[in-house]
Ligand binder design. Structure first.
Ligand code: SF4
Length: 256
């Protein structure tokens, strides 16, 4: 199965968007080999931002949405044909600044799609402005004196909205990211995965995350909402990754 296209990769050399692409191709290949996915049934959608180029490099069905509208577009695709496996790639600018309400309502409705958030904590495509996920003090063209706001906590918000699968991974851990992607795509219902993706040109956080990323213990209680919320709110030198929460509930398309 050839998942690459003839398009030339135009991300900055070394950008971790490329490792997300590699992890996703591996996840697709393994899911197809395991009989859990038919390639003709897969739709890879993306919004606007550096992450959005991923659809250029994927030989699957693809859809490029307007800025901030990838989650609502993915919802429409899923509702239009429930046999499809729909994956929506988005960025922190795309879904936590531009199309925030679409994301919240899709989570609350438990739409059967997977949302993969490339969180580079900046509007990278437009040269590094602050998003709502940028850390306090972040300096960029729109905040030369430093961002005065605390960042939103994306996982806490998605847990509060009722997402039935909530996870985090690190883009430079390709195997770990592939595993989480497969689990998300196998999940029946709304799956949200924050992928920490340093922007090596405008906000290079590789040095910080290299040592701080720490996988959740295997016995972490995934069905305990309070435990999940406490974990994602924890302030420590470590950044926990893994599946924080997973439950089953009827999906939006089943209830329609
Ligand atoms: Fe990657 Fe940042 Fe370059 Fe965009 S600007 S391609 S996120 S390194």
């Amino acid at each position: 199965m050839e998942l690459a296209t003839k398009s030339k990769i135009s991300w900055c050399p070394g950008c971790p968007n490329a490792t997300i692409l590699v992890a996703y191709r591996k996840a697709i290949t393994e899911l197809c080999a395991e009989g859990k996915l038919k390639i003709e049934n897969l739709v890879s959608a993306a919004g606007i931002g550096c992450h959005g180029k991923i659809t250029d490099y994927l030989n699957t069905n693809t859809f490029e949405a307007l800025h901030g509208r990838v989650v609502s577009s993915a919802t429409g695709i899923k509702v239009g044909n429930r046999d499809l496996e729909v994956v929506a790639f988005t960025g922190d600018g795309d879904s936590f600044s531009e199309g925030f309400s679409h994301l919240l309502h899709a989570a609350e409705r438990n739409v059967g799609i997977s949302v993969f958030l490339h969180n580079n904590e900046t509007f990278a495509l437009t040269t590094g402005q602050a998003t709502f996920l940028s850390p306090k003090g972040f300096k960029g063209p729109s905040t030369p004196g430093g961002d005065t706001d605390e960042p939103m906590n994306p996982l806490l918000i998605l847990l509060a909205m009722g997402a039935t699968f909530v996870a985090r991974t690190y883009a430079l851990d390709i195997e770990g990211t592939k595993r989480i992607m497969k689990d998300a795509m196998n999940h029946k219902g709304f799956a949200f995965v924050e992928i920490i993706q340093p922007c090596i040109t405008f906000f290079d956080t590789r040095e910080h995350f290299k040592d701080s990323v720490e996988w959740l213990p295997v016995d972490f209680p995934r069905q305990d909402l309070t435990a999940a919320m406490n974990k994602v709110r924890e302030v420590s030198e470590k950044t926990p990754v893994g599946i924080f929460y997973q439950i089953q509930k009827p999906t939006f398309e089943e209830r329609m």
